[in-house]
Design a protein around this ligand. Structure first.
Ligand SMILES: Cc1ncc(COP(=O)(O)O)c(C=O)c1O
Length: 303
């Protein structure tokens, strides 16, 4: 809906992160546009501003029709928004924030999802805050909000009968989902504190391991505790060991420029995301994950 509201379509290029979940990228293809992948930086694991600058310079030289920059906040950690926004402004490009994982995260005190021209949040079942499916689109631009509401309601013209001049979508949230979300909203801060506590316990007990950092000015909801091991085989062995004790883990994202489906699109970077994929694991966390279970996971990793 965000891409649609900005009128992005066939022949257009959208700069997007390589280190992300596929749902950041698929909508670019739904619109018939082309993604250009930019790798991440080592501090937050989100889009690298220097590589963004390089990509914009090179794509401009090539004559690409770059229409937007899509930024994403991995595992709840806000990206380096000041620099990313500054670069976007230099090129007069709108920023769309995929804040699907970052509900309640903040950067310099401001909520993730509210930096770009448009932002999205996911309320999917596995997130910090859920409506059992669906999400929200954020914008402070009234005309874009109007356009999104219109396109998300089958592009139905404001007439007493059914008239459509464009192909729209049925993307509004169901009332039961919304009601569930409203009931949960008062507990959001509490849930974030619980997630941050889980993260801090891991970090304190496994201080020798490099966890995803939280640089000054960044405040993550710590959706998932992400950590790196020495190499791929250690990571793999550990995941298997934890699975053997009933604990689910997930490798970090396999970067988009290495996905068979996206392999032919341009990529700017030096493969940091590939290293994160090979070495990284999201450790167990969540609302029903008890402190005793966490102690057992810590013991299994320490062993
Ligand atoms: C980065 C990112 N973008 C988009 C989505 C898609 O959200 P949803 O499942 O609510 O469509 C997710 C998670 O599912 C995500 O992690």
């Amino acid at each position: 809906m965000a891409l649609c509201a900005l009128g992005i379509g066939a022949g257009d290029v959208v700069i997007a992160p390589s280190f992300t979940y596929v749902a950041t990228i698929n909508p670019i293809l739904y619109q018939g546009a082309t993604p250009v992948f930019v790798d991440c930086e080592k501090d937050t694991w989100n889009m690298d501003p220097d590589l963004l600058e390089l990509a914009l310079k090179k794509e401009t030289e090539k004559g690409s029709q770059v229409k937007a920059i899509l930024v994403m906040h991995n595992y709840g950690m806000p990206a380096q928004m000041d620099r990313l926004l500054q670069i976007a402004a230099t090129y007069q490009l709108p920023v769309i924030e995929d804040a699907a994982e970052a509900v309640g995260s903040r950067y310099n005190g401001k909520q993730a999802g509210t930096f770009g021209k448009l932002g999205i949040l996911s309320f999917n079942t596995n997130k910090v805050f859920t409506t059992y499916g669906g999400g929200a689109l954020l914008t402070s631009d009234e005309s874009l909000a109007k356009r999104v509401r219109f396109m998300a309601s089958q592009a139905r013209e404001n007439l007493p009968y059914y008239e459509h001049h464009e192909v729209g979508y049925n993307y509004l949230m169901g009332a039961l989902n919304a009601a569930y979300g409203l009931c949960q909203l008062p507990y959001l801060d509490q849930e974030i504190v619980a997630r941050r506590n889980i993260f801090e316990r891991y970090q304190a007990a496994l201080a020798h391991l490099p966890f995803q950092q939280e640089p000054h000015g960044h405040y993550s909801n710590r959706w998932l505790p992400a950590v790196l091991f020495d190499d791929e085989s250690t990571r793999h062995a550990l995941a298997a060991k934890l699975a053997g004790h009933g604990y689910e883990t997930r490798p970090l994202w396999r970067p988009m420029h290495l996905q068979p489906v996206f392999k032919d699109y341009p990529y700017y970077g030096e493969q940091l995301s590939k290293q994160l994929f090979e070495r990284g694991l999201c450790l167990p966390a969540g609302t029903t994950f008890s402190e005793a279970q966490q102690q057992e996971v810590i013991r299994l990793i320490t062993e």
